[in-house]
Design a protein around this ligand. Sequence first.
Ligand SMILES: *[C@@H]1O[C@H](CO)[C@@H](O)[C@H](O)[C@H]1NC(C)=O
Ligand SMILES: *[C@@H]1O[C@H](CO)[C@@H](O)[C@H](O)[C@H]1NC(C)=O
Ligand SMILES: *[C@@H]1O[C@H](CO)[C@@H](O)[C@H](O)[C@H]1NC(C)=O
Ligand SMILES: *[C@@H]1O[C@H](CO)[C@@H](O)[C@H](O)[C@H]1NC(C)=O
Ligand SMILES: *[C@@H]1O[C@H](CO)[C@@H](O)[C@H](O)[C@H]1NC(C)=O
Ligand SMILES: *[C@@H]1O[C@H](CO)[C@@H](O)[C@H](O)[C@H]1NC(C)=O
Length: 401
Amino acid sequence: MFARVKDFLYRHRRKFVIGGAIIGGVAVLSRYAEFKLLEWHDQQTRILMEKQKKRQHYENTHRTANATVLSLSLNMKEVISKELDADILLQAVREQPQHKHSIWEQLKIVGFSRAISTVYIASLVASAVRVQLMLLAGYTFGDVIQSCHAGAPISQTLQQKYLSVLHYLVEKGIPKLTSQVTQAVTHIVTGLPLGRPLTLSQLEAIFQEIKLILAGENSSQDDLYERKITKLEPWSRYVFEAPVPPEGDSGEDRILYNMLIETDDIIDSEDFSTVVDTLIQHGFNHLLDRMADFYPLPKSQQGFCGSNENWVDNVSRDILPNVSTSEVDSFPLTQITPTHSTSFSNNSSLPVAKLVPLLSGVVHGALSPTPGQLLQKILTVDKLDSLGANVYEAFALPFGQ
Ligand SMILES: *[C@@H]1O[C@H](CO)[C@@H](O)[C@H](O)[C@H]1NC(C)=O
Ligand SMILES: *[C@@H]1O[C@H](CO)[C@@H](O)[C@H](O)[C@H]1NC(C)=O
Ligand SMILES: *[C@@H]1O[C@H](CO)[C@@H](O)[C@H](O)[C@H]1NC(C)=O
Ligand SMILES: *[C@@H]1O[C@H](CO)[C@@H](O)[C@H](O)[C@H]1NC(C)=O
Ligand SMILES: *[C@@H]1O[C@H](CO)[C@@H](O)[C@H](O)[C@H]1NC(C)=O
Ligand SMILES: *[C@@H]1O[C@H](CO)[C@@H](O)[C@H](O)[C@H]1NC(C)=O
C-alpha cells in the first residue's frame, strides 16, 4: 500500500516540486506585489498631491493674473486719457467757438480712437500678463514642489526683474499702440460727416475696416505707405524692448534673458496672435452692445421721426451737437440712461456727432474692474485660459525633468 503511494510520489515528484515552487512563488510574489502595491500607492498619492499642488499653483497664478490685469486698469485708463485727451478739445470748443468745426473734427477722431484703443489695449494687456505670469509660474513650479526640483531656484529678485517688464507695456507700449490706432482711425473716419446718421451695422463696418488696417490686411499699400500706417503686429513690440544678451554665460541674468526670449517667442507666435484677435473681436462685440443701448427704437419714436431728421440736419449744418458734449468724459457710460436694452431695428441710426461722446466715454466703464464690463468679459474668454494653461504646462516640467 505504502509502496504504491511512494511509487506514485516518486513518479510525480517533479510535479510536486514544480507545484511547490508555484505555491511558494505565489506567496513570494504576493508579498512582493504587496510591496509593489504599496510603493505604487505611495507614488500615486505623491503624484496626486503633486497634481493637486500643481492645480492649486496654476489656479493661484490664474487669480494673480486676473488681479494684475484689473489692477492695471487704472493705468490703462490714465494713459488712454492722456494720449487721447478729449477734455482739452471740449475746453477748446468752449473757448474758441469760431474754430468749433475743426475742433469737432478732432474730437471725432479722438472719440473713435479712444474706444478702439480701449479694445486693443485690454486685449493685449490681458494676454501678455497671462503669458508672463504663467511662464514665471512654470519656472518656479520646481521651487513650489520642493521634492522634485527642476532647476536653479528662481529668486525673488529675478521674479521682480522679470515682472518689471510690465512697466514697459504700460508706459511705452500702450502709447505706441494708441498712436497707431489713431492713425488708422484718422484714415477711415476723416471723411465721415458729423451729421451723418449711422446704423449699428454701419458703425460695425467702420470698426471692421479699422481692424483690417491694423491687422495689415487691407493692403492698398501705396495709400497706407504714404500715410505711414503700419500694422500692429508683432505684439512683442508693445510688451518689451528686445532683450539684451548678458555678459556672462551663467547666473541670474542669463536665466532672465532666457525667460524674456521665451516670452518673446510666445508673444510673437501665431497662437498668441489668434488669442489676441479673439479677444479683440469680443471687445468690439461688447462695444457694439453698449452702443446699441443708445440707439433709439424706431417704433416708439415714429412720431418724432421728422424732428429727428431735422435735428440731424441741424447738427450737420451747425456742427454743434451741444446735446451730449457735457457727457464726454464726465460720465461713465453706464450712468447715461440707455434708451432701451433689447431689440432695435436695423434702420435705427444715430448721427456721428452723437456717437462721438459715447465712444469717447466708453473707456471709463470698459476698463473698470466691475463685473460685466469689457475687461472682465475679456478675462473670461476660453482661448485666453487655454493659452495660459499651455504656457504653464510647457514650463512646469514634472519630476525634475
Ligand atoms: C478670472 O477672472 C474672470 C473674470 O472675472 C473669472 O471669470 C475667472 O473665474 C477668474 N479666474 C480665477 C482663477 O480667479
Ligand atoms: C480696402 O480695400 C478695398 C478694396 O481693395 C478698398 O476699396 C478700400 O478703400 C480699402 N480701404 C482702406 C481703408 O484702405
Ligand atoms: C433745426 O433748425 C430749424 C431751422 O434752423 C429749426 O426750425 C428747428 O427747430 C431745429 N430743430 C431742432 C431739433 O433743433
Ligand atoms: C451750447 O453750448 C454753449 C456753451 O457750452 C452754450 O452757450 C449754448 O447756449 C448751447 N446751445 C444750446 C442750443 O444749448
Ligand atoms: C436686420 O438685418 C439683418 C440682415 O441685414 C436681417 O437678417 C434682420 O432680419 C434685420 N432685422 C430687422 C429688425 O430689420
Ligand atoms: C428699413 O429701411 C428699409 C429701406 O431702407 C425699409 O424697406 C424698411 O421697411 C425699414 N424697416 C423698418 C423697420 O423701418
